[in-house]
Design a protein around this ligand. Structure first.
Ligand SMILES: NC(=O)c1ccc[n+]([C@@H]2O[C@H](COP(=O)([O-])OP(=O)(O)OC[C@H]3O[C@@H](n4cnc5c(N)ncnc54)[C@H](OP(=O)(O)O)[C@@H]3O)[C@@H](O)[C@H]2O)c1
Length: 493
């Protein structure tokens, strides 16, 4: 039974709140998963009252609710919504917020604060909350949900963490990486640890290499202010892709509680072979999109996007080769790749197995045996696929690739958004899908040398036409000629 709570959102009028958080809460309402007395308080500086905010939320949900807005569900949901007017930089606002939260009997004592605001404000807002005692758990629990990015590099992450820990216990901090709320990501754990069949093969003896890609066909849209100072390595690899890597590579945890899971993930991150600054070019590749054609439409290059500095060398594409120096994975390359304005939207984990040790079919028409692949697609469709070699029908001994799709394959259909699962975990107090600080810190340690080198090399960056799969030169990361990028489920090897 989930306890009632007050869910307070800083930045209630922003993009994340409108597009993700409120739709997720509405869908949880629809699924009957919100505790009966739970209230949702939006904080913003607009001149709105509860009714005005409810109207805004209704309008937003009209286009975002799955299957259209259900008036009955919304009627229940709207009663939970309260708007609290205030400016984040106004210290007095927090005193008033404290009194409001304490005094309104419709607001339950347990409180989750969601930071849907600029990362630069995370520390100051959490500090202000503590100054008025809203970090104290004397009367119900207090939880703080921190959005990504957590820091800008290792040093700033350390500083932010230290500032949060001045007033909050680790158990109160929920560092969110919404990728971990995706069904297929959780399926990596189930697939690996609920099936005996794969475990004996899940190691350096049988696996040739592993690729993790997250590609977006979108450009940076109106986010130049953030993106031009961040880049693909910070934006995607330090967080989402390294998290995926940990789940693919980790050892079975002692049990599924948050600490055991996170202990194993940290062990993976700690075992990643450090990339010395002198070897950054051998292990990492960056690129930036130039003009091109995406989905049949001509689109701008990165440098033409509004708000981007005219000589920016910020990477919109990044590929890395990493090695995990442990018994299971030593010398198995892990290739991580992400980019904007690539050919398609896709997120995929591809595991390529080695060739069989004996070339039994050398003297037959089967001139080349394709290796086995195991593919886990995360989005837009959730799918598990295995590629096996079978004999082609007919008199000749020829082989063809057969694809076995798990029945979870669903194209373009979401039953659950990642935020739904994660918000439910926040109010239920389950932090297993949230990041412990040592995970964040070790992930920064992996990328920090690359960030340092790239920040000094500001005179040149490779480009790629928008709508392609990135610069050809990224192929140089492969350790052998027979390795190729796997972009989508349906690519040929
Ligand atoms: N958008 C996403 O899909 C996404 C995905 C992953 C992570 N994130 C993270 O989520 C956070 C929010 O991102 P976002 O895209 O929602 O940003 P956003 O659209 O710029 O929203 C920022 C919010 O902060 C409010 N705000 C700014 N200054 C304020 C002040 N002085 N007083 C009161 N409110 C103030 C804004 O209010 P006004 O409307 O009054 O300006 C707005 O509601 C960021 O940390 C981002 O990195 C976002």
């Amino acid at each position: 039974m989930i306890e009632p709570c007050t869910f307070v959102t800083f930045g209630a009028t922003g993009n994340l709140s409108r597009n993700k958080l409120l739709p997720a809460l509405y869908h949880l309402e629809q699924a009957g998963r919100l505790p009966e007395k739970m209230a949702v308080v939006g904080i913003g500086r607009r001149d709105w009252d509860d009714e005005a905010w409810r109207r805004e939320v209704e309008q937003d949900l009209a286009s975002r609710a799955r299957g259209g807005l259900d008036p009955e569900v919304f009627q229940r949901f709207r009663q939970r919504l309260r708007f609290f007017r205030g400016d984040l930089s106004d210290a007095d606002m927090y005193r008033q917020l404290h009194d409001h939260l304490e005094q309104d009997p419709a607001l339950p004592d347990n409180i989750a604060f969601y930071m849907a605001i600029k990362p630069a404000d995370f520390a100051a807002v959490s500090n202000h909350l503590a100054e008025v005692g809203l970090n104290q758990e004397t009367n119900g629990w207090r939880r703080l949900v921190i959005e990504k990015p957590f820091g800008y590099d290792l040093e700033s992450a350390e500083i932010l963490n230290e500032r949060l820990h001045r007033h909050y216990g680790e158990h109160q901090l929920y560092r969110i990486d919404h990728y971990l709320g995706k069904g297929t990501i959780q399926n990596v754990l189930v697939f690996r640890f609920a099936n005996l069949m794969l475990e004996p093969l899940w190691n350096r003896n049988y696996i040739d290499h592993i690729q993790i890609i997250h590609s977006e066909s979108r450009g940076i849209e109106s986010r130049a202010g953030y993106y031009d100072t961040a880049g693909a390595l910070r934006d995607m690899i330090q967080s989402h892709l390294l998290q995926m890597l940990t789940l693919v590579a980790m050892e079975p945890p002692a049990n599924l509680d948050a600490e055991s899971l996170r202990d194993e993930k940290v062990k993976v991150l700690r075992s990643i072979r450090p990339i010395p600054q002198s070897a950054v070019h051998a292990h990492a590749f960056r690129g930036q999109y130039a003009r091109g054609v995406v989905n049949g439409e001509k689109v701008n290059g990165y440098l033409d996007e509004p708000g981007v500095a005219e000589n920016s060398t910020t990477e919109t594409f990044c590929a890395l080769r990493l090695f995990i120096d442990n018994w299971r994975w030593r010398n198995v390359p892990f290739y991580l790749r992400t980019g904007k304005r690539l050919a398609r939207d896709n997120s995929l984990i591809s595991i390529r197995f080695k060739h069989p040790p004996q070339q039994l079919f050398r003297e037959t028409p089967i001139d080349r045996i394709e290796p086995n692949w195991l593919l886990m697609n995360i989005q837009p469709n959730e799918c598990l696929r295995m590629e096996l070699q079978v004999k082609e029908p007919g008199l000749e001994l020829r082989a063809q690739t057969q694809r076995l799709d798990a029945s979870t394959c669903r194209v373009g259909q979401y039953d659950l958004d990642a935020y739904e699962a994660l918000l439910l975990d926040v109010i239920d107090g389950d932090s297993s899908l949230f990041l412990r600080y040592d995970e964040v810190s070790w992930a920064w340690k992996v990328v920090d040398p690359i960030l340092k080198v790239w920040s000094m090399e500001r005179d040149y960056i490779h480009t790629y036409p928008a709508g392609t799969w990135g610069p050809q030169e990224a192929n140089r990361l492969f350790v052998r000629d027979d390795q190729n990028w796997r972009n989508t489920l349906d690519d040929e090897d």
